[in-house]
Design a protein around this ligand. Sequence first.
Ligand code: MN
Length: 406
Amino acid sequence: MPPFDVPEGDPFGPHNLPYGVFSHAGSTQRTVGVRLGDHVLDAGAAARALGSPYVSLLAQPSLNPLLAAGRTAWSDVRRALTAWVTVPAHQEAIGSFLHPLSSVTLHLPFEVADYVDFYASENHARNVGQIFRPDAADSLTPNWKHLPIGYHGRSGTVVVSGTDVVRPSGQRKAPADAAPVFGPSVRLDIEAEVGFVVGVPSERGRPVVLGDFREHVFGLCLLNDWSARDVQAWEYVPLGPFLGKSFATSVSAWITPLDALEDARVAPPERTHALLPYLDDAQDEPGGYDLRISVAINGSVVSEPPFSTMYWTAAQQLAHMTVNGASLRTGDLYGSGTVSGTEPAQRGSLLELTWNGRDPLELPEGKRTFLEDGDVVTLSAWAPGPGGTRVGLGDVSGRIVAGTVE
Ligand code: MN
């Protein structure tokens, strides 16, 4: 049964097993799949064939039932799947449910409930501060080291990797202009981020404490927070991002369970300010993740942001987002914020990479300050896995197409 024999070193070996949702060509029926190498296992069909009790979680058109089932179920299902793809007797029973990735269509794997985006990279926040507030005494805002800054985005426009992104139109006004103009954004950008997917809901009025992060969050994915910088710059004061962000947010088709990333856990950077108790993770298990991200435009790698440099952890973000009593729903998605390392070649946005257009990137197809129609942006990543392996995250890719509004 060759499809089960994933080549050694494949980042999607049986140590990974991310979840997605797929359909076969010509069919509208969606079902949960688990990636193994360059194949996808129809997990519901496999569960049924093996008489597994997890049919009800896996023979589903979205990941939501599995997300809602909770941490014990997540571990049990993962253990079962690992056995199915590695034990020869099981392999024989489910071999016909393994399909080449090239033969299926991947869909948005869960129903996105609320969507929040953070701003957790100190390097990114400092770069943005220097670009937009060059005269400020401190490139960080006074609140930055005291709370994870975030905003609520638009969950209905979260799209799966491979979905075209239509260039948004909107108002823009440069400081020197007398009046705003309307038209397609001329400063369309990316933000390389990691998205965290909430499985288990919480009750309104009851904050989720730091230590309960893994009871609620199922896994993570790559996320591209497309940003129209010209629209954003004119609209964002005083209430924050709005139409400059809400036209599209792309996520990878594969959700990597946190259980696959045990070997990637690292301590976050040293805290330089005392934190209020609900955010103080000094005594907690390491809350960071060592994810090595790569950003490519039309196939050329332009940046390699290291997620391990993020100041605020996903657990702190979850604690902060619920500390006022706001509740969680299954399918809530929150973005880490743009990931930027200390080096110029580790910046996660074109805003930073070109220093607001001052230093264009040289690509084989020409110079880039911001994105042009036809550009394809792809984020990919891997994390250290058990025994020196690599755990691959699903790519997130999107092509810019011309807007229809003029
Ligand atoms: Mn963002």
